[in-house]
Design a protein around this ligand. Structure first.
Ligand SMILES: [Zn+2]
Length: 257
């Protein structure tokens, strides 16, 4: 993938994700235009190389890029063009709602440039038309972008869970008695299956990254076979989610640990 292609698809996805979360967010109109210009430029450059730029070498506007699509492709229903793509073995068709996308541009421009807007605003249906472009092989980054958002949220939550548990460990250590009690086999036993057969077949415990005790009662291992357990530590209460277990496994795989 060319650098410019990568950058356009990334810009498209970054802005579209925010609109999917909230199509009325502040600056939604600018986000929409940025996403659309980049998404269309990526598609046009891939399908009709060179047609994404004007004669003077500058990039075409979103409206001009829609003109290219309208002139090159058959209209399947009023305001909708079908784009059949082929990228190696990857074949398919996407519907480009050129009519709706033009309507959206007509809505965003007055707001962006402080002109009277006659009250029309960006609608969820416009965002849907924007999202539909992601099926084209030049884009296909929305899933990645969502993953990034999810990853940020999960790691943020995990950091908080670790800080909370670390604070709790500090309190426990201050009352030495409880700290000692929690580190005995008898204490751990309460959290493991009573039946020896179940216990043998169970997933056991793992070392807790917060209190460093072998007390994280595993409910599931990561999907990569790295042996990272998800579960809750019965000493400090820290819970490693399945997502974080997989993330840790991925990190270990990448650094060859
Ligand atoms: Zn712990």
């Amino acid at each position: 993938m060319l650098d410019s292609e990568w950058a356009r698809s990334w810009e498209y996805a970054r802005c579209t994700v925010q609109l999917q979360d909230d199509s009325e967010t502040g600056g939604a109109e600018a986000l929409f235009d940025q996403a659309l210009s980049n998404g269309l430029a990526a598609i046009v450059a891939k399908e009709w190389p060179g047609h994404e730029v004007r004669r003077d070498g500058k990039m075409k506007s979103a409206n001009d890029l829609l003109d290219v699509i309208v002139s090159e492709l058959p209209e399947v229903t009023p305001g909708v063009q079908a784009l059949a793509f082929e990228d190696g073995e990857d074949e398919g068709t996407i519907q480009v709602a050129t009519g709706l996308l033009r309507q959206a541009i007509g809505t965003t421009q007055p707001i962006r440039h402080a002109r009277p807007s006659q009250g029309s605003r960006l609608q969820p249906i416009h965002v849907e038309a924007l999202v539909a472009l992601d099926d084209h092989p030049a884009l296909r980054r929305l899933r990645d972008e969502h993953f990034d958002e999810y990853w940020k949220q999960e790691t943020h939550n995990d950091r908080h869970a670790q800080v909370r548990a670390a604070w709790y460990v500090e309190q426990l250590r201050a009352t030495r008695e409880e700290w000692d009690r929690r580190r005995t086999d008898d204490y751990l036993d309460q959290f493991l299956p009573a039946d020896p057969k179940d216990r043998y077949g169970g997933l056991g415990t793992a070392s807790c990254p917060v209190c460093e005790q072998d007390a994280l009662v595993v409910t599931r291992f990561d999907d990569f076979g790295a042996g990272v357990g998800a579960g809750t530590c019965c000493v400090c209460g820290y819970t490693r989610t399945e997502f974080m277990a997989n993330d840790e496994a991925e990190t270990r795989r990448m650094i060859g640990y």
